[in-house]
Design a binder for this molecule. Sequence first.
Ligand SMILES: COc1ccc(C2=NN(C3CCN(c4nc(N)nc5ccccc45)CC3)C(=O)[C@@H]3CC=CC[C@H]23)cc1OC
Ligand SMILES: [Mg+2]
Ligand SMILES: [Zn+2]
Length: 373
Amino acid sequence: SMDTIPRFGTETPHEAKLAELMDNIDAWGLNIFDVHNYSQSHSLTSVMYTIFKKRNLIETFRISPQKLINYLVTLESHYLDVPYHCSIHAADVTQAIHVLLLIPSFENTFTDLEILAALFAAAIHDVDHPGVTNQYLINSDNELALMYNDTSVLENHSLAVAFKLLQNEDCDFIENLSDEQRKILRQISIDMVLATDMSKHGAIMQTIQSFHQSLKAKQCKDSNSNSSTNDSLVLTEQKERVQLLREMLHCADLSNPTKHLSIYTQWVDRIMDEFHYQGDRERSAGMPISPMCNRRTADIEMAQIGFIQAIVEPLWQMWAQLVYPHCQQMLDNIDSNRQWYEYQISNRSSRNNTSDKTTSQSHDSKEQDKLKG
Ligand SMILES: COc1ccc(C2=NN(C3CCN(c4nc(N)nc5ccccc45)CC3)C(=O)[C@@H]3CC=CC[C@H]23)cc1OC
Ligand SMILES: [Mg+2]
Ligand SMILES: [Zn+2]
């Protein structure tokens, strides 16, 4: 019954603190690491449950709260304990897409079923990720590459695992959806998760410009409505709405540099841990070491500047243009974060010009004092 379900889906001695954090569930600045700590490492379960309740999806789709919790806890337990692609990343991407769906431009754009599918796709998109890239699985003749014929191996695997878990009677929280609704949910989730494969990034960037221009042209400019609904994007075709959701999940998956520096640098540490561990395995197996995976030659700052300039900033600029002015904060964070990494590099080179090679902060300040004389 309802009274046995905790407020945020999981039992925690820190419910008051979690409540305070969840007040920011609609904000880009939510600290997902704090949510993970205060939810007893159930950030994915508590974030998804809170969003489902806030969006009234439990009533709309007659979802059994207990079955939803059962599914979320089981899904969360199938994320592996890897540095980056763990359940905190899934919670982070899920909360990000929830915030993007709140942008006024999308006030009248998506159906409840499409919103359910988008949140579900975000929550499942990296489940059972082993902490290595598709290329590594292919190069090491991994059974997953054999299973999926080297094609979007990780993304296909996460989808299969997530839907397998739904077959468990106790976890089937979509039991009351019609067959047609289940079919649409499955279709949209598959489309969105497969689009998170970075090998599809180029294709998304190719079409995004012309697609958004056509949307802007159709944007309803109903003169007598107030400003907020004035810019809402109305898309008549489900195909177009799914294309927008595909881009949205890709943006959420590439959102680390759009967050506050203190959050962003934690994701950088985690992804570099994961890449360097893969590089260690490639080195000891005599394989070529993948880009950004060699801890002995790593230039973490340069890798982030390259990642921002080549991938993250161009994508988010396209997205921000479509929903102007609602994503300016993301663009501002990208810019200040890139500048911070550029400063680290310039600071590094001036440090190298001093006599010793030590790079400790205290050394620098002593050096500065000497210079002041
Ligand atoms: C926080 O910091 C990161 C977070 C996630 C990722 C992620 N990176 N990637 C790829 C991205 C493109 N890469 C580049 N390769 C090559 N040869 N050259 C490049 C030159 C400039 C930029 C990138 C590349 C390969 C890895 C994923 O596939 C992950 C899974 C899905 C989404 C993003 C993830 C990287 C981060 O910092 C580098
Ligand atoms: Mg992925
Ligand atoms: Zn991801």
